[in-house]
Design a binder for this molecule. Structure first.
Ligand code: NAD
Ligand code: ZN
Length: 342
């Protein structure tokens, strides 16, 4: 089969022919239809510091996808041949303290698809049945593939209620843009989105933001205070992974408000804990992965019901062999979500 393999501990990847994977007793063989590129894949392509410490070549990359089940192991009971599936990218162990206590998104032994287990940028993929998600037939393939990052956005937005609240979204990458649509669907009364990338801010408008801010041209905190008549923002959602943006969020938030943080920071962050957190009595939520599978149900319903239309975020499509074009667009930020068709 054809696959995109990270072979060497240097920049780049290879589009090559590799043997199709073997199916174990509890495994399922999937023919991938559509996959999508995540920032993690770009880190692995570029061989950044994170990738050098985390990734062991050779490995097929990618963790977002939709495909059809074409073969099942003898002990598989929950899926059948022909099912159209996507998957939770955290391959959880199912027996650690976290898995046993309803926190499998922070499973102690999880393996990450496309990092610790051969990934989705291939014609075929093998996964254990317990991580599979059967797709709603109303969701097109181009949307089904983005459910994994959409789920990140769902948990970040819905860590608490947002209805009739004022929301500041920091970072208009694909996940911040999905969050914009979700906050809108959940009845946020005002949504402001901040990003230095004007191309992405324009998509933010289409996703329902009332107001867009380019932090290189405008003062984020001052604007947030102005539009809330000095009250400050009820809900800050951090998707930039930028320390300066995080501090803007902490300054803009109203005392007693909450911030949910999904963004991942390259370095240790600096914040004024006394002034901006403790004396403001704000609630901070660290968000990682998705609730398995409660977030997948919410994601599926947001998309199948029409509550959120993610199509403005899905800006580019390429065939698998042209993946490098997608990687380049992602690096330049001249895109929303890039999908790859087999
Ligand atoms: P992305 O890199 O595509 O988007 C980040 C955006 O932040 C970019 O558009 C960038 O222009 C913008 N940005 C940079 N500096 C900014 C600033 N000062 N103010 C406002 N915006 C700024 O990432 P994504 O795929 O949308 O993911 C969002 C974040 O969530 C990333 O940091 C990613 O690493 C992280 N992430 C975390 C998890 C998790 O489980 N915790 C999962 C997926 C992604
Ligand atoms: Zn576990």
């Amino acid at each position: 089969m054809k696959a995109i393999v990270k072979k060497k501990r240097t920049r780049g990847m290879e589009f090559v022919e590799v043997p199709a994977p073997r199916v174990g007793l509890k495994d399922v063989l999937i023919k991938v239809k559509v996959a999508s590129i995540c920032g993690t894949d770009v880190h692995i392509f570029d061989w950044t510091r994170w990738a050098q410490h985390r990734f062991l070549p050779p490995r097929i990359i990618g963790h977002e996808f939709v495909g059809n089940v074409i073969k099942i192991g003898d002990e598989v009971t929950q899926v059948k041949i022909g099912d159209r599936v996507s998957a939770e990218s955290h391959l959880t162990c199912g027996y650690c303290y976290q898995c046993n206590n309803g926190y499998s998104e922070v499973c102690k032994n999880f393996k990450l698809l496309g990092v610790d287990h051969d990934g989705t940028f291939a014609e075929f993929l093998v996964l254990p049945e317990h991580v599979l998600w059967k797709n709603d037939s109303h969701i097109p393939d181009e949307w089904a593939t983005i459910q994994e990052p959409f789920g990140n956005a769902v948990d970040t937005v819905l860590a608490e209620d947002v209805s009739a609240k004022t929301v500041l979204i920091l970072g208009a990458g694909p996940i911040g843009l999905f969050a914009t649509g979700i906050a809108k669907a959940c009845g946020a009364s005002l949504i402001i989105i901040s990003d230095p990338n004007d191309y992405r801010l324009a998509i933010g408008k289409k996703m329902g933001a009332h107001s867009i801010i380019n932090p290189r041209k405008q003062d984020v905190v001052q604007t947030a205070l102005e539009v809330t008549r000095d009250s400050g923002i009820d809900v800050v959602l951090e998707f930039s992974g930028n320390n300066q943006a995080l501090n803007q969020g902490l300054k803009a938030i109203t005392p007693g408000g909450r911030i949910s943080i999904l963004g991942i920071y390259e370095r240790r962050v600096h914040i004024d804990l006394n002034k901006d957190v403790i004396f403001k009595k704000i609630r901070i939520y660290g968000i990682t992965g998705r609730k398995i599978f409660s977030t997948w149900y919410k994601t599926s319903r947001f998309l199948s019901s029409g509550l959120v239309d993610p199509s403005p975020v899905i800006t580019h499509q390429f065939s698998l062999k042209d993946y490098e074009k997608g990687m380049k667009l992602m690096k330049d930020g001249r895109c929303g979500k890039v999908i790859l068709k087999m």
